[in-house]
Ligand binder design. Sequence first.
Ligand code: ATP
Length: 241
Amino acid sequence: MRIVDVENLWKVYNRRKEALRGISFHVESGEIFALLGPNGAGKTTTVKILSCISKPTSGKVEVMGYSVPDQCSKVRERVGVVPQEFQGFSDLTVEENIKYFVKLYRGEESQVEELMKTLDLLEYRKTRFRNLSGGYKRRVAIACSLAGDPKLLFMDEPTVGLDPRSRRDVWNLITEVKRRGISVLLTTHYLDEAQKLSDRIGIIFNGKIVRLSTPGELMEEFRKQSLEEAYLALMESLGDV
Ligand SMILES: Nc1ncnc2c1ncn2[C@@H]1O[C@H](COP(=O)(O)OP(=O)(O)OP(=O)(O)O)[C@@H](O)[C@H]1O
């Protein structure tokens, strides 16, 4: 089943800037799909449209069978979003931040405890958000995104700015999320991350999708040992040097 379905999606900012020029792709239920591409390619724009923050200019966008933007209220209730810059309530504790989101989604009080346990946050439950390290702030962001029991999670650059250890921790959390049957669409600049985590990848370049494949297929196509090398070879073939 297609949990995300995008066909011929265009986004034109201010009637001039063509950020997306007719992209099509889909995400299967249960998979981790990574959107890759250089700065300004259109990744964040795509995630913003799918998560109902920004409106498409034209094209078909369906998220969990609901049409975007017409049925965005349904979409918002059902998807989790981990934005690039999650701004928790800085003066509230970890527990209070998570509780806020659980209440927002009308979840059970017991979910707060469960989420803190899953995200390994129990030790920091009384710590104010602003006093947490970057890695733990990201954990809180992920906990809050899971508060509505979503079947689909959008993550924009989930490990940007984290140290190697914290990145691994977030990778493990994303794998755990998948194990629980939640589909994930993420954007990343880290090709090792995409290689490790994703079932399929979509590469955006200048507002167009230039490849839809698996990390393995792209590495085979360019006869490279890593996704990063294969990606760089693809970019070179497109004249992005
Ligand atoms: N609100 C906006 N108004 C006008 N142009 C915008 C707006 N948001 C993004 N753009 C432009 O649209 C293009 C795509 O931007 P987008 O942020 O989607 O790229 P990205 O692939 O996420 O880049 P990055 O990797 O740097 O985050 C860029 O040229 C950007 O300058």
